[in-house]
Write a protein that binds this ligand. Structure first.
Ligand code: NAD
Ligand code: GLY
Length: 366
């Protein structure tokens, strides 16, 4: 088993990564000296696959655990489901020292984390992520929240878990497209922070695509360590944490203009990261060979790197970018790469460069 510490002083916590960890979740929770009562929040798909292992493990460790499953999918990340979860917490008589376990992907983690952050003004919270995206990104760092009809993640909090437990065996049951989508976040860590990780991904993508445990656990460990280090330095996104959004400004806008139906998040940010790489070549000195390496690695993970947009769609995309939460005073700031493994943030980029970065790939310069 691998262990990564997120060093946030009193709010610091361990991320445990390994095989067959879920049945032992109860034993780890005992060590954290939580109260007796626990609510596992999951989604219907994940609860069917892994719910009983977790609930039985908690019971064996002496906890009184109940499970509540929301429908699977992004639509469930809503205030309506927060309300249903609060009612479930009350019915199961959770107290201040009780705890909530988020068992599932990023949707469950964000929603259950928000319930934990707010029920009784905050109760203990454990993340048991079951998707690659959740294991390398959303379960770490304390961003929790839900969507509003007006937009994604508009209501939320920073609320750190007490433990993150990544059982990599769960990744075996993920759908292929969802799994690949998670790889886009892993590749991001290589580009923004760690040229050695990027090199390892170039060399070992075939083994990662086969979900081989050895490489998978090393790559998840390194991704979590990078995210933990960035969060240690800037927990509430005053500055540095913005580097985690490399490729996300364009990616989020692409998800929004396609009504969150066409692209999975990882697919949209793969396209966004490629556009950001081209922007970086134009404005931050990223070499043409690094841009080629980035494209090749996304392609080897089976991820899209280009999008063809009509004039109207391009206008919609630019407008959607201006609605991004990270925009201030109408100025869109980008994270740009100087070389693989090193980025800078807060870069103002004129609209015509964004347009060029979106169209260069298929030769339609504006
Ligand atoms: P998800 O939670 O919707 O899971 C994807 C699908 O996979 C779901 O249908 C789910 O039921 C299924 N699934 C989950 N684990 C499975 C398993 N082991 N086997 C089989 N099926 C499984 O999606 P996601 O990609 O994990 O997370 C996306 C969410 O994460 C978004 O809402 C996004 O906003 C959020 N997010 C949050 C942060 C953060 O820092 N808090 C960071 C990135 C993304
Ligand atoms: N996923 C971006 C962040 O946690 O800041």
């Amino acid at each position: 088993m691998r262990r990564v510490r997120v060093p946030l002083g009193k709010r610091g916590y361990d991320i445990l990564i390994g095989e067959n960890l879920l049945p032992g979740l109860g034993a780890h929770c005992s060590r954290l000296r939580f109260g007796k009562r626990a609510l596992v929040i999951s989604d219907k798909t994940v609860a069917r696959l892994y719910g009983s292992q977790v609930v039985n493990g908690l019971a064996e460790a002496g906890f009184e655990a109940a499970i509540h499953a929301i429908p699977a999918g992004e639509q469930a990340k809503s205030l309506e489901n927060v309300q249903v979860c609060y009612e479930r917490c009350a019915k199961h008589r959770l107290e201040r020292n009780s705890f909530i376990v988020a068992l599932g992907g990023g949707v469950v983690g964000d929603l259950a984390g928000f319930v934990a952050a707010t029920y009784l003004r905050g109760i203990n919270f454990v993340q048991a992520p079951t998707t690659l995206l959740a294991q390398v990104d959303s379960s770490v760092g304390g961003k929790v929240g839900v969507n509003l009809p007006a937009g994604k993640n508009l209501v939320g909090a920073f609320y750190q878990p007490k433990l993150v437990l990544c059982d990599i065996v769960t990744l075996k049951t993920m759908e292929e497209r969802e799994y690949r989508s998670g790889l886009a976040e892993v590749i991001k860590y290589g580009i923004i922070y760690d040229a050695k990780l990027f090199g390892r991904l170039e060399k070992s993508m075939d083994r990662l695509m086969r979900r081989e445990e050895g490489i998978l656990s090393r790559v998840i460990e390194r991704s979590c360590a990078i995210k933990g280090e960035v969060v240690r330095q800037d927990e509430t996104e005053g500055g540095l944490r913005a580097i985690l959004n490399f490729g996300h400004t364009i990616g989020h806008a692409l998800e929004a203009i396609s009504q969150y139906g066409k692209y999975l998040h990882g697919e949209a940010i793969a396209i966004g990261q490629m556009a950001a790489a081209r922007l970086s070549q134009m404005r931050a000195g990223l070499s043409a060979s690094d841009v080629r390496r980035i494209k090749t690695v996304f392609e080897s993970a089976g991820l899209p790197t280009e999008v063809v947009l009509s004039g109207g769609e391009t206008r919609d995309l630019l407008n959607a970018m201006k609605l991004d939460k990270k925009v201030s005073n109408g100025i869109i700031k980008f994270v740009l790469a100087e070389k693989i493994g090193k980025v800078k943030f807060g870069c103002e980029v004129p609209e015509k460069s964004v347009l060029a970065a979106l169209t260069t790939a298929h030769g339609r310069h504006s």
